[in-house]
Design a protein around this ligand. Structure first.
Ligand SMILES: [Zn+2]
Length: 277
């Protein structure tokens, strides 16, 4: 039986009608979600620096906090997505000792198997190895892509994105949220402020539960908890709104929040080559 708008309104209006509504609803069971996992990949060599500039209220003045560089491999059935691509191998002291491609090889994966590369934002420590995956569709915030492709790409290195800037590889700009696989299991979340098109990502794992991976929404527990906004963010107001969104979402979904640069969050996922399911 085809449902009319009137019957839906009726269904919504009276609890007593719900069983009848259930019988008349289309008989399509929700599709079983494919296997999902998240594996952390080391994407730079960690450092410990003074972090005062990560809060524009002087709340972190004089503190020294270890800083790590994290990328993530997301498996969705037979499809693979990379979240961020870390430092380039030419980045000097903070360069990764092993490339993403070589770490993927340890997982028996070839670069061509990466279907999507999702970029949290255009900074060099998140985009340094992106050109290793020219077969992938690049998913990047529209505001960030506009900077990368602008005449004066302040803060971004367009050379990293050469395969996509040239038009040879496929890019999909993301203005708001994006449900990457169309089943709600992996969602890029618009969280601007650090950069104009910054995104975080929500992954709804079966065993571990909901996972929120920050990008650079906040770099450390200290500035996440106190709303410390880095002095070099592109919008203070957007940064605060994005922090509010993710904190509310984390509470609502009882999510594990992983700050990509915080060394204390590395242990929230199994150590490579293992992944969380
Ligand atoms: Zn950044």
């Amino acid at each position: 039986m085809k449902l009319t708008p009137i019957s839906w309104a009726f269904c919504a209006s009276a609890v007593i009608s719900l069983s009848a509504c259930a019988q008349t609803a289309p008989a399509t069971a929700p599709a079983a979600l494919p296997e999902l996992s998240v594996t952390r990949i080391e994407c730079g060599t960690g450092i410990t620096n003074e972090v005062g500039r990560f809060s524009d209220t002087f709340s972190m003045e004089g503190q020294k906090i270890p800083f790590v560089f994290s990328c993530y491999l997301i498996q969705h059935g037979n499809d693979y997505m990379l979240w961020d691509t870390g430092h380039a191998l030419t980045a000097g002291a903070v360069a990764p000792k092993v490339s993403i491609v070589d770490q993927l090889a340890q997982l028996q994966l070839k670069p061509e198997q990466i279907k999507f590369v999702g970029i949290s934002h255009y900074h060099a420590d998140h985009t340094g190895q992106v050109a290793s995956f020219p077969q992938a569709t690049l998913l990047i915030g529209t505001g960030d892509w506009n900077v990368v492709t602008s005449p004066k790409p302040v803060g971004a290195n367009p050379a990293f994105f050469a395969p996509w800037v040239s038009g040879g590889s496929k890019v999909e700009t993301v203005p708001l949220d994006k449900d990457v696989f169309g089943d709600g299991s992996v969602v890029m979340l618009t969280t601007p402020g650090h950069t104009p098109g910054h995104h975080s990502v929500l992954i709804r794992l079966k065993q571990m539960g909901n996972l929120l991976i920050s990008g650079d929404l906040a770099h450390f527990h200290e500035n996440y908890e106190t709303n410390g906004v880095p002095s070099f963010n592109t919008s203070r107001a957007e940064s605060l709104a994005s922090l509010e969104r993710i904190k509310k979402m984390a509470a609502q979904l009882k999510a594990t929040v992983i700050l990509q640069h915080d060394a204390r969050d590395v242990g929230k996922l199994p150590a490579f080559p293992a992944g969380a399911k």
